[in-house]
Structure formats: structure tokens, C-alpha cells
Design a protein around this ligand. Structure first.
Ligand SMILES: Nc1ncnc2c1ncn2[C@@H]1O[C@H](COP(=O)(O)OP(=O)(O)O)[C@@H](O)[C@H]1O
Ligand SMILES: [Mg+2]
Length: 226
């Protein structure tokens, strides 16, 4: 039996606006096993970001259950959720969110330093992860001095340097050209195949499904096999 890293069970989420209630997730369920790579597609507004935020414990559902490594997430304080995210999750978004005044190396080392590792050890691990993702040569540069493709690879390095159980990505290639997009996809394949990091990516781009082992489509607030 392989380990279930994350289980989402019958998840509901809606938003109240001044004029209406938008029902985004309508009983969505998802089981994620260790080492799996999953792509979730759907058009703009279908609820992909909402689902990814719930999977990443950045937001809580209105109803439904979440289990992270077998432990149910309920009555969990914000501080505890934040700890769980730091320990188990790595995030990458459409915009890289790298710190502009820090070098590439320090951006990647920072999560480890915050976690209590010595700066030297953290930088060594950062450099190692940058090398694995093919961007070690730019370690001393600032984020503004590297290309968009490099920025996203550095953001991925930062997300996985602490070896999270789950790497969650929301439209990570939204700003990239085709060449950089395929480089990022190859990196995700490498992370899941070779480093056994579990990957969930949401995107509207249906051309990227072949890089993942499982494909779901988010339709009417439910996940259907793609
Ligand atoms: N904080 C919010 N308040 C109100 N409506 C929201 C909020 N976040 C998302 N929505 C709405 O929920 C729906 C799903 O949004 P989202 O999850 O961002 O979809 P996607 O990522 O697939 O584009 C959209 O109709 C969006 O406008
Ligand atoms: Mg979105």
C-alpha cells in the first residue's frame, strides 16, 4: 500500500459577493499518493486556485474533510496551519515572489535558515538544489538580473529545498514562452520521478498534461478524469 499524502473528501467552497453566492467547489474529492504527479486543468474561473489553496492549507473549505499524511485537519489554529505548510508544502505561483534584495542563493536558502539551519549549511543545500535544476551559475545574481524562466526555476528550487511532501503549483508557466515552459515541465518530471516529490499543478493550459502521470479536469466544481 502506498502512502496517501493528502486526501480531500467532499469539499465544498463558495464565495459570497454583494450580489450572489458563487459555488466554486461542489463536493470535490481527491486522493494523492506519495510520488504522484497530478495536473488539474480547467478554464479560467473554474476554481483551480481555490482548490489548490485548500489543498495547500492556505484556505479552509466550507465543508468536507482534509487529511494530511493521515492526520485530519480540523480545529487547527492559524499558527498550526502555518507550521504544517512550512513543514509539508512547497508553493509556486504564476509570479515568482522572490525577494528582490536577496541573491538567488539566499532566496533559496532562506526557508532553511528560518527553519533553524545554519546559514552556511542552508546556502550549501541551496546551491545543490540550484545545480539540480540547472541554474547554479546565477546563484549570486538578484532576481531582477535573471530571465523569467530562471526566476521560475529558482522559485521551484526555493519551494523544494526543504524536501516538502507536496509541491503545489498554480499556473507556474503563465508568464513563460514555450521553451521555458518545457524546461519547467522537465524539472517537475525530474522532481517527481527522481526525487519522489509529490507534485500537483493547476493550469488552464491543456498542452501540458503529458508531463504528468494523472490528469483531472475541474468541471462544475468536481474533478473528472482528464
Ligand atoms: N475571494 C473571492 N471572493 C469572491 N469570489 C471569488 C474569490 N476568489 C475566487 N472567486 C471566484 O470563484 C471562482 C473561481 O475562482 P478561482 O479559484 O480563482 O478560479 P481559477 O483559478 O480556475 O481561475 C471565480 O468565479 C472567481 O471569481
Ligand atoms: Mg487561478
Amino acid at each position: 500500500m502506498s502512502e496517501k499524502i493528502l486526501i480531500l473528501e467532499d469539499i465544498y467552497k463558495s464565495y459570497e459577493t454583494s450580489v450572489e453566492t458563487i459555488h466554486v467547489l461542489n463536493g470535490t474529492s481527491l486522493e494523492v499518493e506519495k510520488g504522484e504527479s497530478i495536473i488539474i486543468t480547467g478554464p479560467s474561473g473554474s476554481g483551480k486556485s481555490t482548490l489548490l489553496h485548500i489543498a495547500g492549507l492556505l484556505d479552509l473549505p466550507d465543508r468536507g474533510s482534509i487529511y494530511l499524511k493521515g492526520k485530519k485537519i480540523e480545529n487547527t489554529s492559524d499558527a498550526e496551519l502555518s507550521n504544517l505548510r512550512a513543514k509539508h508544502m512547497g508553493f509556486v505561483f504564476q509570479f515568482h515572489h522572490l525577494l528582490p534584495d536577496f541573491s538567488v542563493e539566499d532566496n533559496v536558502a532562506l526557508p532553511l535558515i528560518i527553519r533553524g539551519e545554519t546559514p552556511n549549511k542552508a546556502r550549501e543545500k541551496a546551491r545543490e538544489m540550484l545545480a539540480r535544476l540547472g541554474v547554479e551559475k546565477i546563484y549570486y545574481k538578484r532576481p531582477s538580473e535573471i530571465s523569467g524562466g530562471e526566476q521560475q526555476r529558482v522559485a521551484i528550487a526555493r519551494a523544494v529545498v526543504g524536501t516538502p511532501d507536496l509541491l503545489l503549483l498554480d499556473e507556474p508557466t503563465g508568464n513563460l514562452d514555450r521553451e521555458n515552459t518545457s524546461q519547467v515541465m522537465e524539472i517537475l518530471r525530474y522532481l517527481s520521478h527522481d526525487l519522489e516529490i509529490t507534485v500537483i499543478m493547476v493550469t488552464h493550459n491543456l498542452n501540458l498534461t503529458s508531463y504528468f502521470r494523472k490528469h483531472y479536469n475541474l468541471e462544475d466544481g468536481l474533478l473528472k478524469p482528464g
